[in-house]
Structure formats: C-alpha cells, structure tokens
Design a protein around this ligand. Structure first.
Ligand code: KIV
Length: 274
C-alpha cells in the first residue's frame, strides 16, 4: 500500500453515505496543532467562521473575510491527514449570486485543498447549493440558527420552539437536501423538530443544540474544552482548560519574576574546545 493510500482523507461522499449509520463526529479547528489532535478522533474538521469570535474577539461572524478563512483552512489542512476538512464560506462571499459563490468556493478549494465548503441558508440558498454541487464543489448546508444573519434576527435564539415556525425550517432542510448538499448542520433547533428533519431528509444532519437523533454532532472546540468565556446551553464541557492555562501563565510569571526560570537545564553552555 502506498503512503498516499494509507492516509487517504475522508470525502464528502463518504460522509453522505453515513446517513442513518454510525454517528458522524465533527469539531471545529482553526490551527495546525489542534487540527492534528482533532484529526485522530473526528470524521470531519470544520474551519468555522466562529474563528471570528474565538480567535479575533469579534462579537459576531459578520466581519470574517474570505482571506481569513483561507489562511486558517491552510493551517488545518497542514495539521490533519484523515478527516474531511470543511471550510465555512464567510458572510458576504456567496449571497449576492451563485456565480459569486462559485468564485469564492473555488478559491477556498484551490488555495486550501480542503474537501468541501459550508454555507448558511435553506430555501434561499438552494439554487446556489445546486450550482456549486453540479460544478464539483461539495456543499454542507447550515439551517436553523444561522449566525451570519444576526443583524436581521436580532438575537441568537433557538429556532422552531413554536409549532407555527416548523414549516419554514422543514422547507429549508428539504431544499438543502434536494439541492444536492452532502450533509447539513442543524443549529439550535427544537429537539422534536431536529429529530423529525433527520427522519425525513435524505442527507445526514449534524446537530449543534439540536437532537441526539441527528446523524452526527458538532461543537466549537474551544467551547467544549472550557476555553471560551461563555458556555452555550447546548455545550457539554469535556475540559476546563481556561483555569488550567491561567494557572500555568501565573506560575510562569512568578518564576520569571523570581528568576526561577530559566533554570540551568534550559540554557546553553559553551561547547568544549578541541
Ligand atoms: O462556525 C462554526 O463554528 C459553525 C458551527 C457552530 C457549526 O458554523
């Protein structure tokens, strides 16, 4: 077996085939080193535009640019070898027309070598999803709470908690699936609705604040590690790195101030002559 076939990455088609099967495991990553860790355990790595919040401290994902996504997408590709890497299309890079979406998505694929892109929107993006899919660009959809629309929505509220809102969200799910997306993120959608959507559409659903019945789950890595200042309701924390990192920094600062660091083993002596 050649080295290349031994490290073959998962593809969008592999993920599409997982409908109704073993749950798809997905986490975000924006850096080479975390990508290497995530890659050992996950099927999909999402280079999410949540990097705008996590890495850059923006209040929303709206300011994130295509160049920012491409830079971090390249880092994640360098750090990983097995998982499918999906790069988010940022706000303003795809909504104006399907042609604009194609140019942005093609740049992402060409410059990062990732395997797929993700974009937000259901019925309104169906034509674009079909246009990209038919032209060789695998698309992951994203419905329910779509954070790029925050300026219209007004708040990051869960969707579909009133029965009268269900029809529109179900139409979004159907539209994305029928347009040719290989999977769809279902974010912050009432549990019974997320379950129903999973049972009725043909492609895998990947839940975040949705339902255990989804075909997979995704979380923002920093949220589940306890590194984010705020933990949303739908996050289970698998670590408490914030306090651990702060304690390490405090210890480092104390050692530098007391000249306990660097110790003799951390400095270079002169090489012996002859
Ligand atoms: O940007 C992101 O991290 C996402 C996930 C929350 C699904 O879109």
């Amino acid at each position: 077996m050649s080295v290349q076939s031994a490290i073959r990455r998962k593809t969008a088609a592999d993920i599409r085939r997982r409908k109704g099967g073993e749950p798809i495991v997905m986490l975000t990553s924006y850096h080479a080193h975390t990508a290497a860790l995530v890659d050992r355990h996950c099927d999909v790595i999402l280079v999410g535009d949540s990097l705008g919040n996590v890495m850059h401290g923006f209040e929303t994902t709206v300011p994130v640019t295509l160049d920012m996504m491409i830079l971090q997408g390249r880092a994640v590709m360098r750090g990983s070898a097995h998982a499918l890497v999906v790069v988010d299309m940022p706000f303003g890079s795809y909504e104006a027309s399907k042609e604009e979406a194609f140019h942005s998505a093609a740049r992402i694929l060409k410059e990062t070598h990732c395997g797929a892109v993700k974009l937000e929107g259901g019925v309104r993006m169906a034509e674009t999803i079909a246009f990209l899919s038919e032209r060789g660009i695998p698309v992951m959809g994203h419905i329910g709470l779509t954070p790029q629309s925050i300026n219209v929505l007004g708040s990051f509220r869960a969707q579909g908690r009133e029965q009268e809102d269900w029809a529109a969200i179900e139409s979004d799910a159907r539209a994305v699936s029928e347009a040719g997306a290989f999977s769809v993120v279902v974010e912050a959608v009432a549990e019974p609705l997320a379950r129903k959507i999973t049972q009725t559409i043909a492609i895998p659903t990947i839940g975040i604040g949705a339902s255990v019945a989804c075909d997979g789950q995704v979380l923002v890595l920093e949220d589940m590690l306890g590194l984010s200042p705020r933990t949303p309701k739908f996050v289970r924390r698998y670590g408490d790195l914030g306090p651990a990192i702060e304690a390490a920094i405090e210890n480092y600062a104390r050692d530098v101030r007391s000249r306990a660091f660097p110790a003799p083993e951390h400095v270079y002596g002169m090489r012996a002559k002859g």
